[in-house]
Design a protein around this ligand. Sequence first.
Ligand SMILES: *[C@@H]1O[C@H](CO)[C@@H](O)[C@H](O)[C@H]1NC(C)=O
Ligand SMILES: *[C@@H]1O[C@H](CO)[C@@H](O)[C@H](O)[C@H]1NC(C)=O
Ligand SMILES: *[C@@H]1O[C@H](CO)[C@@H](O)[C@H](O)[C@H]1NC(C)=O
Ligand SMILES: *[C@@H]1O[C@H](CO)[C@@H](O)[C@H](O)[C@H]1NC(C)=O
Ligand SMILES: *[C@@H]1O[C@H](CO)[C@@H](O)[C@H](O)[C@H]1NC(C)=O
Ligand SMILES: *[C@@H]1O[C@H](CO)[C@@H](O)[C@H](O)[C@H]1NC(C)=O
Ligand SMILES: *[C@@H]1O[C@H](CO)[C@@H](O)[C@H](O)[C@H]1NC(C)=O
Ligand SMILES: *[C@@H]1O[C@H](CO)[C@@H](O)[C@H](O)[C@H]1NC(C)=O
Ligand SMILES: *[C@@H]1O[C@H](CO)[C@@H](O)[C@H](O)[C@H]1NC(C)=O
Ligand SMILES: *[C@@H]1O[C@H](CO)[C@@H](O)[C@H](O)[C@H]1NC(C)=O
Ligand SMILES: *[C@@H]1O[C@H](CO)[C@@H](O)[C@H](O)[C@H]1NC(C)=O
Ligand SMILES: *[C@@H]1O[C@H](CO)[C@@H](O)[C@H](O)[C@H]1NC(C)=O
Length: 764
Amino acid sequence: MAFASPYSLCPILLFLLPVCVLAQTSQNISLNSTLTAALDKNDSWKSPSGDFAFGFQQIEAGMFLLAIWFDKIPEKTITWSANWSANGGNLVQQGSTIQLTTDGQFRLNDSQGKQVWTANLTGSGIVDHAAMLDTGNFVLASRDDSYLWESFDQPTDTILPTQILNRNSSLVARYSEMNYSSGRFLMQLQSNGNLVLFTVHFPLLSLNTDYWSTNTNGSGFQVIFDLSGSIFLKAENESILKNITSIGASSSNFYQRAILEYDGVFRQYVYPKNDSVADGRPMAWSSDSESHVPDDICKSITMQRTGSGACGFNSYCHLGNDQRPICTCPRGYSPLDPDNEMMGCKQAFVPQECDGGQDADLFDIEELPNVNWWGGDYEYFKPVSEDWCRQRCLTDCFCAVAISNTASECWMKKLPLSNGVQLNDNGTKALVKIRKGNSTTPVANGLKKQKKRRIIQPSREIQGVSLRSLTYKELEGATNNFKEELGKGACSTVYKGILAIGNNNLIAVKRLDKMVTDSEQEFQAEISAIGKTNHKNLAQLLGFCNEGQRRLLVYEYMSNGSLASYLFGNSRPSWYRRTQIAFGTARGLAYLHEECSNQIIHCDIKPQNILLDDSLTAKISDFGLAKLLKTDQTRTVTAIRGTKGYVAPEWFKSKPVTVKVDVYSFGILLLELICCRKSFDQDAKDENQMILADWAYDCYEEGRMYMLVQEDEEAIQDIERVEKFVMIAIWCIQDDPLLRPTMKRVSQMLEGAIEVALPPKSSN
Ligand SMILES: *[C@@H]1O[C@H](CO)[C@@H](O)[C@H](O)[C@H]1NC(C)=O
Ligand SMILES: *[C@@H]1O[C@H](CO)[C@@H](O)[C@H](O)[C@H]1NC(C)=O
Ligand SMILES: *[C@@H]1O[C@H](CO)[C@@H](O)[C@H](O)[C@H]1NC(C)=O
Ligand SMILES: *[C@@H]1O[C@H](CO)[C@@H](O)[C@H](O)[C@H]1NC(C)=O
Ligand SMILES: *[C@@H]1O[C@H](CO)[C@@H](O)[C@H](O)[C@H]1NC(C)=O
Ligand SMILES: *[C@@H]1O[C@H](CO)[C@@H](O)[C@H](O)[C@H]1NC(C)=O
Ligand SMILES: *[C@@H]1O[C@H](CO)[C@@H](O)[C@H](O)[C@H]1NC(C)=O
Ligand SMILES: *[C@@H]1O[C@H](CO)[C@@H](O)[C@H](O)[C@H]1NC(C)=O
Ligand SMILES: *[C@@H]1O[C@H](CO)[C@@H](O)[C@H](O)[C@H]1NC(C)=O
Ligand SMILES: *[C@@H]1O[C@H](CO)[C@@H](O)[C@H](O)[C@H]1NC(C)=O
Ligand SMILES: *[C@@H]1O[C@H](CO)[C@@H](O)[C@H](O)[C@H]1NC(C)=O
Ligand SMILES: *[C@@H]1O[C@H](CO)[C@@H](O)[C@H](O)[C@H]1NC(C)=O
């Protein structure tokens, strides 16, 4: 086959880019030449410029790949390799040979002398010589120099400038970075002219689902990689149908290649030929954000009926900062192949049994906001609440994950999970069922009973709840004349009551003792602002009473009381549960600060004001009262609404009070959650341990995190997260409010969505 230049219509280009012409002259490799795979020499045939070499490259100890590579760069990046075994890695042992025989055959024999690969000659003619060209093409040629075999016609996963993909040609991704056997993705210019990316039914190469295409059925003819670094699809009449990728770097200064990588992305790369032409690029292969397709592989592969999706089974995919896909195992799962994160995850715990003796209490739900697996469905419910969905999964032995969304939908999914992806759509949440930590900490008995009694029943989501106005008499009746006191604060007392309102029968009635705003209108306005808030981590205001001096607020009743009694009670709550409470509280505060229509500063975050519902979800209470009680307007110490120990330093200075006061208090609360102790403990073993914030900082500085969670096996197992939480807390309690992160950031850091920077050194 004659070498057909794609630039034949473009003489100016030919003139400017002489490489194209030079490529045709080369050092000929004569018949009866042999290369041997050997440890003591790198036997290869080089192109005239020395840019490319053909020969054996050692991939792992004593194992060689017959390949073509960039020879002048230290990486010796492979651009082609002989494919002869579908999944053995195509490697041969030392002593193997490649021979251009006297009768013009080109054969790879293994170390036992057995033939494992041969070049299938095309066209008629007898091979006279071979040549490694400066384009990176290795050819077998006849006496008249027409090519009977070209590596460019048998691409593996890479194409180079001047290389052309014709109809029916494919690139097959390798299995992993260093394993050259076929992987899970294939690019094909189909016989109909459409250029398509497919997943395959691994380990076979049969096509599964397409995830990207040029939509050029009937018109696509050839894929061209030109010397200016553009890759495009052209029609038979030479016009450009689609630009595929391009990179602004010319072949005279840069080595170029484009590869269907093992992650399923087709990427174009450049490498400066020397540092004087690098022009800001690193002396390494680099790519640009426009130089790959598809844009977001994670979101491109979601509709596969069989197969795992972009990542392996039970894993989910999201793009990293460098635009590359990252495959992550959910908590409780571990990678199948620790060296290749794309190969999926396995359950790392003993699954729930279905023999009737199952005990839902041994399992817990790990929330993954914005994550979905599109495959694995076996049941669907609507309309149900997230809580219902969660309980349903916990008590269903088939359920591995439930997906809940803000449209009150709930899907049950079984293993293996497929097409996992992290979305931008924050209305969807994956509820992953995991066995509770292999910790010896027993589950508190009271909680166990509580759960057993639960009646599972679909409940519609309360939407746009309207506040009920109640009379004092009604509330007097509901609380049996204010008989059962639940708690007492500086300006209010809370009572338990019975009243059918919303979905509830039990209510908590807060009677405001001291008076507050005198204006009826103002009271009404504040109440309605509180009433408009609606978030899973806020205690829901259901109604109110406003009769002169008698002002009462009606909330849903929280069966598990306050975080203070839960955290500082007799039995220590599990580390996992404590992390969930930290997540919930952070999200609730972020909502108050940033997402509800009127920003609300709480001003009194402390464990007494975090309530726990019957599934132990954290609910912030008493928000909105700061304004109602008019205490944040005079900034004298006596009028501070906040509680000693949780109060940010700016309260004491004449500095403006912002949402950052809540961040400070949250930081203290977070330390309490980590250590299961109060922020101030007069009876501490050691004087240095009295003030929790100081002690935590010391432990952090000295790298002795375990001191903070002594005898807490579960937390010690998760010590990296403990440390991360302490770092976040240290950020929250910075003296300078500007240094403290927003609650939204705190929430993202806690949940691992963003990294935690090293906190500043202590100023004292
Ligand atoms: C290689 O072989 C061809 C065809 O026989 C010949 O025209 C050419 O001059 C040879 N090149 C070299 C460098 O020997
Ligand atoms: C092929 O090369 C070997 C040594 O490399 C030599 O002994 C042999 O005679 C050659 N055969 C022919 C036909 O040239
Ligand atoms: C062969 O190449 C490798 C990689 O480039 C290099 O590390 C090694 O030293 C070379 N071996 C010999 C014998 O030249
Ligand atoms: C690689 O070799 C296997 C086995 O011979 C074959 O099925 C497959 O099609 C080849 N792949 C390529 C890209 O040629
Ligand atoms: C490469 O991956 C294939 C497929 O999993 C496996 O069979 C083969 O052993 C691997 N090869 C190497 C050299 O690790
Ligand atoms: C390679 O294998 C073929 C076929 O098995 C055999 O005819 C040939 O002699 C072998 N060549 C070498 C150099 O071992
Ligand atoms: C070479 O061609 C033969 C017969 O056409 C075919 O069976 C074989 O798979 C081909 N080998 C390769 C490596 O393409
Ligand atoms: C591609 O393959 C199909 C069937 O395998 C064949 O009919 C067609 O002629 C081929 N097209 C080209 C351009 O080789
Ligand atoms: C592509 O076009 C051919 C006719 O050229 C048609 O038979 C085929 O169904 C089309 N395929 C798709 C996926 O549209
Ligand atoms: C392809 O890119 C070139 C230059 O970047 C531009 O002129 C041309 O219009 C593009 N063609 C298509 C089909 O997008
Ligand atoms: C829990 O314990 C089992 C059995 O001892 C062990 O196989 C498993 O890896 C452990 N899981 C975790 C998450 O530590
Ligand atoms: C949720 O998504 C909406 C729309 O994309 C966005 O406005 C809002 O800020 C997001 N909220 C969070 C907490 O990410």
